[in-house]
Design a protein around this ligand. Sequence first.
Ligand SMILES: [Fe+2]
Length: 664
Amino acid sequence: MTYILGLSYSHNGSVALATRNHIVSIQEERLNRIKRFRLTGDAEMSSLSYCLNSAGIVVKDINQVVYSVQGDSTDYMNRYELNKELYNLSQHAPFIKISHHLAHAASAFFGSGFDDALIIVVDGMGSPYTDLSAEEKAVCRTVSNNGWEHASIYIGEGTIISPYHKLLVRDNKWVEDSKYGMPKYASVGGMYSAVAKQIFGGLMDCGKVMGLAPYGHIDYQPEAFLEYENDQFIFKSDISLQFTSNRRWPQEQTIYKNLAASVQNALNKQLLRYIRKAIDETKKHNVCLAGGVFLNCTFNEVLYKAFRGTNFYIPPAPDDSGISVGAVYYGINCDRESKCPPFSVEMGTAYQFKGEIQTEMLTIERNSNYIDQTARMLEQEKVIGWYQGGSELGPRALGHRSILANPTIRNLKNAINHSIKFREDFRPFAPSVIEKEVPNWFNVADISDHKSPYMHRTFRVLEGKVDKINSVVHIDGTSRLQTVTAEQDPVYYKLLESFYAMTGIPLLLNTSFNTMGQPIVETPEDAVMCFLFVGLDTCVINDTILQKKDAYSVMDLTPVLNLDSCRVSYRIKNVEEIDIRDIERVDIKAIGQWKEAAQRIDLLRYFLLRFIDTRRNGWEIFNRMKELLKLDKNQFLLVYREAAKQHLFRFKEVSIEAKFKQPN
Ligand SMILES: [Fe+2]
């Protein structure tokens, strides 16, 4: 057996391991529970252990490594040699470096099934000019040694991907972040991120901007953000200069709704021009798209409508989480003969879970009829954590790590946003729908197909149907769809069919199984801890149904520390009198099923850990923290919940056993 390892040193860093007929891949964040974790050469790579365990091999069994760096590969922190096992492997196995955009391109083209396609990659920023191949350097339109790729066009033919056109951003400055106001930007992804930073405070909050845009009006014309002329984007600083404060949502509302609407309109107009030129020039009928910008479903639908008859493919993880899969695809095609295994909904490996949970707080039932039972509970308006098989790769939950609900319930959106996801009111929810039922519920008249297996497209809900599925219709009358077939996912399809038979509604509300700011749950333990802390009624893990008993609360349980180490650093003024108020920072390392990364915690969490002593339950710890820090119950629960999700403690009364499923 030949094993190819793919490594993505980037934020949303991930590892993939491929044989000729199967790929397993996972992001580091799912295992170390640090959202969007950036993989570096010296990081403890739980994702590498995960992939090796999945295949039942060790590092020295790997035959080839393909890696990609989002950043400068010569930077010390990005060197794979910092990992001793990988360094040893490099002494006898080939290590191939490919650019960030080439890995994006490979993830889209080799998973598409097309023999011949145009490939377009657009994101914030990828690799520097110095890390590009000679062929890639030859097609850079803005040649410069200090440039970094941000928009690339490749041509895929058979097993070969050839660069066609590449745009660079100067000096690593995709955004010029400043202490106050909206950053200036110099890439398409940077433009959207700059607006995200201004409205929500984070460059990565682009999904929130997309959700907010339909609430606003267009205040600024596309040309005020960027133009596309002479094969290049020209980025403007006019809008950035107008926003000089650090007031965040929801302090400002109308102006920010309009800013979101305006930047979405700018993206729709100018990126479309870039792609139109590429399609016109190359005359290709198949188009593959990758890069974080293609998580923007609103733009994707503009594209699908503009090119009716063109076949588009966007992989399940077009953002940086999919880079490791692109890397292994590239490795597989190095022999110029192999067919690539599919980039599927399920890229993780399943855990064996037989409901081995001991706690008074839950009822636990293994049930061979769990699919119909779940459909019945959904019909009865329960909100359910749905955990099946291996996990999805990327930011979308597609029926393996999902929270599901009945889409016919009015105002369910607010309830889930408030008591389960803990996120902003305006955030919409998407439905999963039986694929063949889409034309009966959504307007598909002006598109050539209605497939959306990875939730990358939006459709307008048919008039007369909006009121029936109120919870999954956005303010502009559209829904972002995941279409499901029996071939794609038999278990999830059967659940949708069962719900359809009971209610006449062929769709379910589907949102990711996590809370705001947290990675999606990975292990059964993650799922149970999330279930205990949020307002979910039921959790279904494979064929086991867990329900909370009414008389119990998570506060009744006794936490036990789960720490490997805790290091407290003081700002010492007087060695004789070290005071708790002099703490500068606290670094901890939690114990988990996978190797855990060291992380820094705030002082509230540190105080919480000091009160965990294997005897006090949640109420008693809350009372101590209330006395000492004047926390109210909601503030305490926030700290308690976040610490639980970081694996800083487990519950004495809740013993969960789930083994990683070994290969047959
Ligand atoms: Fe990227």
